[in-house]
Design a binder for this molecule. Sequence first.
Ligand SMILES: NC(=O)c1ccc[n+]([C@@H]2O[C@H](COP(=O)([O-])OP(=O)(O)OC[C@H]3O[C@@H](n4cnc5c(N)ncnc54)[C@H](O)[C@@H]3O)[C@@H](O)[C@H]2O)c1
Length: 276
Amino acid sequence: MKDVMIVTGAGQIGMAIARRMGYNKKIVIGDCKKAHAEKISRVMQEAGFDTVALEMDLSSRNSIQGMITKAQTYGNIAMLINAAGVSPSQAPIDTILHVDLYGTAVLLEEIGKVIKPGGVGVTISSQSGYRMPALTAEEDELLACTPTEQLLTLDILQPQNIRDTLHAYQMAKRCNVKRVMAEAVKWGEKGARINSISPGIVVTPLAMDEFRGPRGDFYKNMFQNCPARRPGTADEVANVAELLLSEKGSWITGSDFLIDGGATASYFYGPLKPAT
Ligand SMILES: NC(=O)c1ccc[n+]([C@@H]2O[C@H](COP(=O)([O-])OP(=O)(O)OC[C@H]3O[C@@H](n4cnc5c(N)ncnc54)[C@H](O)[C@@H]3O)[C@@H](O)[C@H]2O)c1
């Protein structure tokens, strides 16, 4: 039996990373839109990869467990790529918190229970998590360590404390990074590693929805005023993922990697700094 790679989120970022690391593995591709999973599965099969497409919902523990059970029929789970998610322009606050925040936390927990010794994972967070004022040490710890089923009852995530969908997304992505730190400790007990990547704007269908959404001008301005002067590509995110998922990254776990063409640097200390 082959080692299994699980890919959640059959989008451009998930596929770019899967193509980099998926050779010699059974690749189980899950997405809430089965057509997305089938499309990516077909493209990858035509490029010689051994894939299977599944319908799965990241916001449901049952659905995640179902995907894991199915994946285990092919072999041991050796690699996780979590690139499923919804953006602030695609979904209401509640959906963003259920998918991006709670769902990611459950996935890391459930895969952590079954990952093979020496296994490795990466989850896609976002530069958005860097664009909030710092939370308190206590709030960070709550996001990191609250049992998954209680996460959405945290006071800081209640409707009166979440301003809009962007704020929900920022909290979700901050939480992803904190969960990765806490999970890295547990994954480490199995000799496994887990990290996150926080991309800036990468051209994908999700980003296209953002460009067409209410913050379209904000993004155009970001590209003009960030050091790289352009959005990124999924393949550049895969460059970082390849390091994290390969032997060369074997001393890296519990970490987050910001890759954004310098947009966050400019946001704090350059022309993208918001006027006060
Ligand atoms: N594209 C960007 O600019 C950008 C920047 C920073 C972070 N990200 C993050 O990268 C990840 C991947 O995004 P992408 O840009 O490749 O988008 P994409 O739209 O190409 O892919 C995302 C996929 O996730 C799937 N999905 C949505 N909700 C789901 C659910 N509940 N269960 C299972 N699958 C679900 C969608 O159907 C879609 O196929 C997301 O977490 C996103 O927040 C993207």
